[in-house]
Design a protein around this ligand. Structure first.
Ligand SMILES: [Zn+2]
Length: 99
């Protein structure tokens, strides 16, 4: 899924690829500079609450303008401290598979 969002690095609206893992957004990547944002879902849940996280990060049945607005607002409000590097997520997935 691709949508236009404000890139934190480019400081302007660029096309972003939104990658889902199952029904939940895993990463959002800027197509222009390649900046990739992934989310620590536990911290997101703690900060925003389950309802909002589910509403915004769960794959919509269809992409509506309202959803894009929600995603944009959400994305813009995310503090950097809850954004994790993609490799950490991969590590976590790998460690889950080991168990
Ligand atoms: Zn960018």
């Amino acid at each position: 899924m691709k949508t236009s969002l404000t890139c934190l690095r480019c400081q302007k609206d660029t096309l972003h690829s939104v990658v889902y893992q199952g029904e939940i957004i895993r990463t959002i990547r800027c197509e222009e500079c390649g900046l990739e944002i992934s989310f620590d879902q536990k911290k997101l849940l703690a900060l925003y609450g389950e309802d909002l996280v589910k509403r915004v990060l769960t794959k919509p049945r269809r992409l509506t303008e309202e959803y894009e607005k929600d995603l944009f607002a959400f994305f813009s409000s995310i503090p950097f401290r809850i954004v994790t590097k993609p490799y950490r997520i991969l590590k976590e997935l790998e460690s889950l598979q080991d168990e």
